[in-house]
Write a protein of this length. Structure first.
Length: 258
């Protein structure tokens, strides 16, 4: 069974997905971060592919992208770093990246390399549905790559139904119409949006992201979906860390309330 499918069949709530930028804080930290996240007890890991213009991301992740690029991170280096990572990491791993660098690398080459190293899925915030259905879905499916689309409070019901019909894996619920970033609390307006989506009875699991930063916001978001995604708060932590392994495991356990 596909790792993402197995996860959501086994675990229906409080699924914790943590994002980090490949090649950050140092070029060779990617594998260290991956292993420490698994050891801490994370359910799903999202690796960001550094890009010079990450339009959906706030200052913290933008800065991590620029630092990773300054470190010399490339798509080629990412796949080289991931070679053999499945010998020590069992949890599902997805990559998050923008369409341009993936296209520049070569779509089929990207899919083959992702499958070879053991990547389970992909999130491309700027991927149009028509482009996915026309040119990518068949290729992703052939290489066992689950594609995740994002929805936001502004996404129409018709569009959400279309996304649900064309998704295998999970749907990324953007919590607000803003860029990524750790914020304090979840507003009533956001809760109304969460309830609206909850009431649509979608076939795919849902994870809520953007603004989730601690145990309280994780649990609150998870009460309206299958779990939540943490990015900026974690990227900030590793950027300041003196002991990645210890600090990462401690962070994951604090989010889970352990």
């Amino acid at each position: 069974m596909h790792r993402i499918d197995e996860l959501f069949q086994r675990k229906k709530e409080d699924v914790l997905n943590i994002y980090f930028t490949a090649g950050y804080p140092k070029l060779d930290d990617t594998r260290t971060v991956l292993k420490a996240l698994q050891d801490g007890g994370v359910d799903l890991i999202e690796i960001g592919i550094p890009f010079s213009d990450p339009v959906a991301d706030g200052p913290t992740i933008q800065e991590s992208n620029m630092q990773a690029l300054d470190n010399g991170m490339t798509m080629q280096k990412l796949f080289a770093q991931l070679e053999g990572f499945r010998e020590e990491v069992d949890v599902p791993v997805v990559v998050m990246g923008y369409f341009n660098p993936i296209m520049q690398y070569g779509l089929e080459k990207f899919c083959k390399d992702a499958q070879r190293v053991g990547i389970d899925g992909i999130i491309v915030p700027d991927l149009p549905m028509i482009e996915y259905l026309s040119n990518l879905k068949e290729m992703f499916d052939a290489h066992g790559i689950r594609n995740t689309f994002l929805i936001s409070p502004q996404t129409t019901d018709d569009r959400i139904v279309e996304i649900d019909q064309n998704t295998e894996g999970f749907i990324y619920m953007v919590s607000s119409a803003s860029v990524t970033g750790a914020k304090t609390g979840i507003s009533e307006e956001q809760i109304d949006y969460f309830k609206r989506i909850e009431g649509m009875n979608l076939k795919n699991p849902r994870l809520i992201g953007f603004g989730i930063s601690d145990h309280a916001s994780f649990k609150q978001a998870s009460s309206y979906a299958n779990g939540a995604i943490i990015g900026s708060a974690f990227v900030k932590l590793i950027g300041q860390s003196k002991d990645l392994n210890k600090d990462i495991q401690g962070f994951v356990k604090s989010i889970k309330g352990e």
